[in-house]
Design a protein around this ligand. Structure first.
Ligand SMILES: Nc1nc2c(ncn2[C@@H]2O[C@H](COP(=O)(O)OP(=O)(O)O)[C@@H](O)[C@H]2O)c(=O)[nH]1
Ligand SMILES: [Mg+2]
Length: 714
């Protein structure tokens, strides 16, 4: 292999690695192309795809080029599977190699199983010799494929994407005699209308795409109307597959030009017509790439020239008849000249000239001479296309990763902000609640005095009622404002037990009153404060925000419960039963007693005629001082009670805050964990990915530069 080719093959090898490794667009196709190109470089293989509509004369054209009848033409059945024809130095007699015969034999086996009625098929060998055998076997292979399709047997068309799997005829091309430095091949592909199978179309496209050059055979007689439209599409497709300069248009059957009035003035007129009508004025297709020829006349003229000495003895046969008809003109002329070899030779040479086939032959020889460069050139073109795709892929991947990186930074920022926000919002909530509790407390403290007075009033009212039974009938209300003796209640009882009972009752009533008032206070004030607090928490912006983030708080019910605190209002030591004893003088019952009393009054002795009697009294007294003391005690009790309530309210609120804080902390911790991961691992990952891709791109650029060097060496 030449140095340049070797280097190019190495580059392709590297490009192949890229395409195997990454998801580059049309990856599979790229891989196939690279492998084909490597193959061609390795084997110095130059391939020309012959494409064209059915019956345009492809096979005839190939036969004419080779100078031998190696492909079935005339009215033989259509081609289904492409056939490769390779120039092989020294092979005068064509050899058909079926490299894929194992696969075909398996297909045959399946066909035998499926066919109904049972059919026996001949096995296929790996090699056949001579025109007759080759024609037969190619036809047979076509039959097999057709039958397989009819019997719904799956055909693995993909395998034929590797051109070495195609049936290959090896024969020495007349024009290339003696040359063996290039593996020069033509591929006869089925026309698009020869078989409707998409797979076949795909196959043909893949060959066209991988060829060093393409010769598109156009039927001169079918350039108008519906056929012309089809041709237009075909041309467009062909030019999409291969560089313009490597496409050659062969306008076949140009012998028909003379036979009828043509729409074209001359050849140039025809060429212009093609460029204008079929190629949308493609500027870079030159006149020189269009060849009006007659493949049939060229073939038979050559055949005649090659068989001049045998013609005399030749029995009448099909080929001779066609020769006579097309080259000589008719049987009559033939009969006149058939003994004059030089005359026949002249006819042949005239026909050959008129067929304009020389131009195509020159083209073939040129292509052959340039084939080494062309192989390299095509591989460079293909490589450049794939380079671009690969670069595009790498660029996009880098862009994606960079976008990822940006997104990640954004996300990190968001999380950090969220954490900060949440903490701030919570702090605000806490502060608000604390302030609110303090306000409520102040508010309640204001209530203490009112409650105290209210309670006192009620107690006094009660005392007043008690008073009604009092002997001394002290109207307390008057006294309240203008106390006489500072005594509000005074009850004197002679019986101790009754007195104590009275006092007990009084104590109970006062305590009960205080209790009742505190209970009411709890129910009205404290409950409403708790409810208000609850509402305020729920409605607060902060709570809503926290709730939104945590989700969890949704089902969290704010409960503020108070323990029932039992208390006894104690008025011991405030009012007591005081025991008093006194003496009284009562008249004696003695007979002298009245006299004694009389004398006593004269002498100023009160106790004469009387006796002293001791009397027990039990007094209950409630004074103004006692009232003050009671007021103080009530106040103290209220204060204690409210403090206790507020303390437990604070505790409850703190519990709530603690719960929220715990949830926030848990959430923040999770987020921080995520953050750590994102900041650490993923960022690192992305960065290393970007770095790798950039290195890959750099390497790709180096490879591309190596291609530039090869290009420069020419
Ligand atoms: N008039 C004329 N007929 C041709 C020429 N070349 C081929 N044909 C005829 O066109 C038909 C199809 O030829 P063939 O080579 O089998 O076409 P393919 O289907 O494209 O391979 C045959 O009958 C040929 O004899 C030509 O140059 N002039
Ligand atoms: Mg054909």
């Amino acid at each position: 292999m030449k140095q340049k080719n070797l280097e190019m093959k190495k580059i392709l090898q590297e490009l192949l690695k890229f395409n195997e490794k990454y998801n580059i667009s049309n990856k599979d196709k790229n891989i196939n192309i690279i492998k084909e190109e490597m193959n061609k470089l390795e084997n110095n293989e130059f391939t020309i795809s012959i494409i064209g509509t059915m019956k345009a004369g492809k096979s005839t054209f190939i036969n004419a080029l080779i100078g031998k009848e190696v492909l079935p033409h005339r009215d033989t059945p259509m081609t289904t599977i492409p056939t490769k024809v390779s120039h092989k130095h020294g092979n005068k007699n064509p050899i058909l190699k079926i490299n894929d015969f194992n696969y075909l034999n398996n297909l045959i086996k399946e066909l035998e199983k499926k066919s109904n009625p049972k059919k026996k098929f001949e096995k296929i060998k790996n090699q056949y010799k001579g025109n007759k055998e080759i024609f037969e076997i190619l036809q047979y292979i076509n039959d097999i494929f057709r039958e397989a399709q009819l019997n719904q047997i799956d055909i693995d068309w993909q395998r034929y994407k590797q051109s070495e799997k195609l049936p290959t005829i090896e024969v020495e091309f007349f024009l290339l005699q003696g040359n063996n430095n290039v593996n020069f091949s033509l591929i006869d592909t089925p026309g698009p209308n020869e078989n409707n199978m998409d797979q076949l179309k795909e196959l043909s496209e893949s060959y066209t795409n991988n060829s060093s050059a393409v010769m598109l055979i156009i039927d001169y007689t079918k350039m108008n109307g519906k056929e012309g439209e089809e041709l237009k599409i075909q041309l467009k497709e062909a030019f999409g597959l291969i560089k313009n300069e490597n496409v050659f248009l062969i306008v076949n059957k140009f012998d028909e030009y003379k036979k009828s009035n043509s729409q074209f003035k001359n050849e140039d007129d025809l060429k212009q017509f093609i460029i204008k009508n079929f190629l949308d004025n493609r500027k870079n297709i030159k006149n020189e790439q269009i060849f009006p020829i007659s493949a049939r006349d060229a073939f038979y003229a050559n055949w005649g020239l090659n068989n001049l000495d045998k013609l005399l003895e030749m029995q009448e046969n099909e080929i001779l008849n066609i020769f006579i008809e097309n080259i000589i003109g008719n049987k009559r002329t033939w009969n006149k000249i058939k003994n004059d070899i030089s005359e026949i030779k002249e006819y042949c040479e005239d026909a050959k000239n008129e067929s304009k086939f020389d131009n195509v032959q020159k083209l073939l020889i040129n292509l052959f001479n340039e084939s080494n460069d062309k192989i390299l050139e095509v591989s460079i073109t293909k490589a450049e296309e794939i380079f671009n795709k690969t670069k595009q892929y790498l660029d996009e991947e880098i862009k994606n990763y960079e976008k990822n990186q940006e997104q990640l930074a954004d996300e990190i920022k968001k999380i950090k902000l969220e954490i900060k926000d949440l903490k701030k919002v919570f702090k605000q909530l806490k502060k608000n609640l604390e302030k609110e509790i303090k306000d409520k407390m102040d508010f309640l403290n204001n209530d203490i005095e009112k409650l105290q007075e209210k309670t006192i009033k009620e107690i006094l009212k009660k005392l007043d009622k008690t008073d009604e039974e009092n002997d001394e009938k002290i109207r307390w209300l008057n006294i309240f404002f203008n106390f006489e003796n500072d005594i509000i209640i005074k009850k004197t009882l002679s019986d101790k037990e009754t007195a104590e009972q009275f006092l007990e009752n009084l104590k109970f009533q006062i305590s009960d009153l205080v209790k009742k008032n505190i209970k009411n206070f709890d129910e009205e004030k404290i409950t409403s404060i708790v409810n208000e607090l609850k509402r305020n928490i729920n409605d607060s912006e902060q709570y809503k925000k926290i709730n939104e983030t945590l989700e969890k708080l949704k089902d969290f019910d704010i409960k503020i419960n108070f323990k029932n605190n039992n208390f006894l209002f104690d008025i011991e030591n405030l009012i007591d039963v005081k025991d008093e004893s006194s003496y009284r003088y009562v008249d004696k019952d003695d007979w002298y007693a009245p006299f004694a009393r009389l004398f006593g009054s004269i002498f100023g002795q009160d106790d004469w005629g009387k006796r002293r009697v001791k009397e027990e009294k039990h007094v209950i007294e409630f004074t103004k001082n006692d009232l003050e003391e009671l007021r103080k005690r009530i106040k103290k009790l209220l204060e204690n009670h409210i403090n206790e309530r507020m303390k437990s309210l604070k505790d409850e609120i703190n519990n709530i805050l603690k719960y929220i804080e715990d949830e926030i902390n848990r959430y923040v911790k999770n987020k921080e964990e995520v953050l750590k991961q994102k900041q650490g691992k993923s960022e690192e990952e992305i960065q290393s990915n970007i770095k790798n891709l950039k290195e890959e791109k750099e390497y790709l650029n180096k490879l591309k530069k190596r291609v530039e060097v090869i290009k420069g060496i020419k």
